[in-house]
Design a protein around this ligand. Structure first.
Ligand code: HQG
Length: 175
């Protein structure tokens, strides 16, 4: 069997960013047809089953009939994940790195290439997210106050909290 981590990264590229890379099309809700995906790549059904079941962050879901697959979050292409607004926990966290702080303090957290700002419900997860780019710096978000001020929050299928932006006044650097 191939290296599943590599296959999972490739799957993320296809289901979040560039389905056209292999001539795949996603529907408006981000679903790809599994048979078509298998036919257009060298991924096998067994590999796909393993990735969906074991991915550390639950990045992918099958439809109920398992004929379709999509990424649960993280898209750069426009898809409708049918997420419902939810009340967030009072505090959420964002893991980033020192070199972005000046800009974040000036503009707040912005979605950059993604559709939403991604926030973590716990410090451990925020640490892992920050570590991808260097020594992690953790920002604490006053989600309760944002919610009270009518900012909308969503929670993805795999537990990532999403919002359009976090203005600087709701951010605090954790010592
Ligand atoms: C930063 C991964 C300058 C922000 C992770 C981050 C997560 C700013 C980077 C998920 C800024 C964007 C998302 C501003 C934000 N000025 N920099 N105003 N506002 N930034 O990857 O949150 O493996 O798009 O701090 O584990 O790092 O893909 O977002 O460093 O869950 O499933 O701009 O991606 O999950 O980077 O990560 P990203 P993220 P997956």
């Amino acid at each position: 069997m191939k290296n599943l981590k590599t296959t999972s990264k490739f799957l993320s590229l296809l289901l979040r960013h560039k389905p056209e890379k292999v001539g795949l099309t996603l529907d408006a809700y981000g679903w790809a047809n599994v048979a078509e995906l298998l036919q257009k790549t060298n991924i096998t059904q067994a590999e796909l089953d393993t990735i969906v079941a074991t991915d550390t962050k639950g990045r992918y879901s099958y439809s109920a009939d398992r004929r379709q697959i999509r990424a649960n979050q993280g898209h750069s292409i426009q898809v409708n994940l049918e997420l419902q607004p939810q009340t967030p926990p009072a505090v959420l966290y964002h893991g980033t790195v020192d070199r972005f702080l000046a800009s974040i303090q000036a503009q707040g957290l912005q979605p950059q290439k993604r559709h939403h700002v991604h926030l973590s419900p716990d410090l451990a997860t925020a640490n892992i997210v920050g570590k991808r780019r260097g020594t992690p710096v953790i920002l604490e978000i006053d989600a309760a106050r944002m919610h009270a001020d009518n900012h909308i929050f969503y929670c993805s299928e795999n537990g990532v909290w999403l919002t359009d932006e976090v203005p600087p006044r709701y951010l605090k650097r954790r010592a």
